[in-house]
Design a protein around this ligand. Structure first.
Ligand SMILES: [Ca+2]
Length: 605
């Protein structure tokens, strides 16, 4: 198949041409320029795992992120960008462009419910019906590199090398230690890593996730530099996902700064967001969740101990920013920076749930809500080190998601609404500007294919491909549209049974009690971005219209609401209901993956 080769500049011209010709159809477009491959831009996706909407300085945080902010200064910040509510569902959509219920991540592998087992779209890995972004970019002449967390399958035919990445250094699991191969469950206690398509016996010397991923990526780019091919790099950082693992010299940079409590920090962040133009004037904070204490009632020592968790989290984000800075420096020194497009975002809302309570405790009970507040019985001075597994809890997750309601795992805005920065050649909007068009992670595939001068085929290697879920940002990036979608086009989400649909400024959501009402709630996000006031009773017409869109989404994508969910019994009264489904949740029972012997190697130096 002959590849279409377009420069990014030519592509921008092509947009202009399309617009002109639609106004003046008599004039045929000039032939598109070809054979200027060297000028196609490099593409770098920087993903922060569980990084919150309000965690970067350029989105209102007090956390210092000068390198990420420098990309915001050079590019555009998007304030209405959506992902899915957790890791692998978002990543599957990013890399396939296809809705999660079709691409294999209809549910997280760890929580796939009995009624979803064996159903197409619920494989728990990125399935073979889709073609991946790196595969198509590789076919179009790009180098394709990946470092960091994969979370889309561990078998030889499912790993990054099998899905289009020419070079990789990857953690195949969804989380794990930042220092070694320790993982969390009794049945699968060891993380699995690959390097260039082989499974690793051990990790390199001096391994620390964020640092090593950056070192590896720089070595990949350096090795491929000079052959004239552009590169695509998927920098899938583990940070700042829990556990909060941080090198010793990064652990004590914010001592005491968060003792003032979560309410104060949220208010300060919202104030800065309004000053920056991230949120409109008059925006109100989502209410503090009912099970989180008012910091005023806490003893100073308690505030200091809980504040320490946020000190560590802030350190994680700053350390991530530091290593992003190393990558940017390298690209500037080699002259690659000016021809590189960057996309920066978090993969879902910040993490308020206690992962370890979900694993070691009694899943499906309400105790994990409270567990995260008191979690980790080790001495706080040891937190951050390799032997300690600490998250920061729902109070700080709400801070990370200022001004929104709730956090990761839920489809309130706090679970799915993320910060997005796009910078680099082809972004024709004023440097440092802000856009509030409604964007979705599924848009990235068609956008980047266009930038690379290629497109999404109807078939691939003889198989018919599912339709893309998203729409290209081409017209938005060159300033000719404010949003890739019209007021009529809708977005929808479902995870763990929670579900929602958004059309224009209206959002209809259904959440398990007591995070939601266990029935449809309606919000006007333009007036009420923090989902404070349910308008369902006042606007039955809107509820009905949005319910019809939800039904459309279910039908088009084969959504099956789960029979079991990690959040299902939160509102139970005593005695606890403990449904018995052998093997659920898979998270606890899934056995240690053992790679084929002939694919196991020692790490490269
Ligand atoms: Ca995540």
């Amino acid at each position: 198949m002959k590849q279409i080769k377009l420069t990014w500049k030519a592509l921008a011209m092509l947009f202009a041409v399309v617009i002109v010709t639609s106004a003046n159809a008599a004039e045929p477009p000039p032939p598109a320029p070809v054979n200027n491959e060297a000028k196609r831009p490099n593409i770098v996706i920087i993903l922060g795992d569980d990084l919150g909407f309000a965690d970067m300085g350029s989105f209102g945080s007090e956390i210092k992120t000068p390198h990420l902010d420098s990309l915001a200064k050079d590019g555009v910040r998007f304030t209405n960008f959506y992902t899915n509510a957790s890791c692998s569902p978002t990543r599957s959509v990013l890399l396939s462009g296809v809705d999660m219920h079709q691409n294999g991540l209809g549910n997280m592998d760890e929580f796939t419910a009995p009624n979803q087992w064996g159903v197409d779209g619920y494989e728990g890995v990125l399935n073979n019906r889709v073609v991946t972004l790196p595969q198509l970019l590789k076919d179009a002449g790009y180098h394709t590199y990946m470092v960091g967390k994969w979370h889309l399958g561990k078998k030889p035919e499912q790993i990054p090398a099998a899905r289009g990445f020419e070079r990789d250094f990857s953690l195949l699991d969804g989380a794990g230690s930042y220092w070694d191969m320790t993982n969390f469950t009794a049945a699968a206690p060891k993380s699995v890593f690959t390097e260039d398509g082989k499974y690793l016996t051990r990790l390199p010397d001096d391994y620390y996730a964020t640092k090593t991923y950056t070192d590896k990526l720089i070595s990949f780019i350096e090795a491929g530099r000079g052959d004239g091919k552009p590169f695509f790099a998927y920098v899938s950082h583990q940070a700042p996902h829990d556990p909060l693992h941080l090198p010793q010299d990064w652990r004590n940079r914010h001592v005491g700064e968060y003792d003032r409590g979560w309410d104060a920090v949220r208010q300060e962040r919202l104030q800065r967001q309004i000053e920056l133009g991230i949120m409109p004037a008059g925006t109100k904070l989502a209410e503090r969740m009912w099970f989180i204490p008012d910091p005023i009632v806490l003893a100073p020592a308690t505030k200091a101990i809980l504040g320490k968790k946020m000190e560590l989290y802030a350190g994680m984000v700053e350390n991530l920013d530091f290593h992003v800075g190393r990558l940017i420096d390298y690209l500037k020194k080699t002259g690659l920076y000016d021809n590189t497009i960057f996309l920066v975002f978090g993969d879902n809302g910040a993490e308020g749930t206690d992962l370890f309570k979900m694993i070691a405790g009694t899943p499906g009970t309400r105790d994990f809500l409270f567990g995260a507040i008191n979690w980790s019985q080790t001495h706080p001075n040891a937190w951050g080190g390799p032997e300690n597994y600490v998250g920061y809890g729902p109070m700080w997750a709400q801070v990370s998601m200022t001004p929104f309601s709730q956090y990761k795992g839920w489809v309130a805005e706090g679970g799915i609404h993320n910060a997005l920065i796009v910078s680099g050649p082809g972004v024709k909007r004023p440097k440092g500007s802000i856009n509030s068009g409604i964007m979705h992670v599924a848009d990235i595939m068609p956008t980047l294919l266009e930038i690379a001068g290629t497109g999404y085929p109807k078939t691939y290697q003889g198989r018919e491909l599912p339709a893309l879920f998203g729409k290209s940002w081409g017209p938005v990036l060159i300033g000719q549209a404010e949003s890739p979608r019209t007021e009529q086009e809708y977005l929808a989400w479902e995870l763990f049974g929670n579900h929602a649909v958004r059309q224009g400024e209206w959002k209809l959501r259904w959440l398990y009690k007591p995070f939601g009402k266990g029935e449809w709630e309606l919000f006007n996000l333009a007036a009420d971005p923090a989902e404070r006031k349910d308008l369902a009773a006042e606007r039955p017409d809107k509820v009905k219209a949005l319910m019809a869109l939800w039904d459309d989404y279910v039908q088009k994508n084969g959504v099956i609401l789960p029979s079991r969910s990690p959040f299902e019994t939160l509102d139970d009264v005593l005695p606890k209901r403990v449904p018995d489904d052998p093997g659920y949740p898979p998270l606890i029972y899934k056995k240690q993956f053992v790679p084929p012997k002939d694919m196991v190697v020692d790490p490269k130096p």
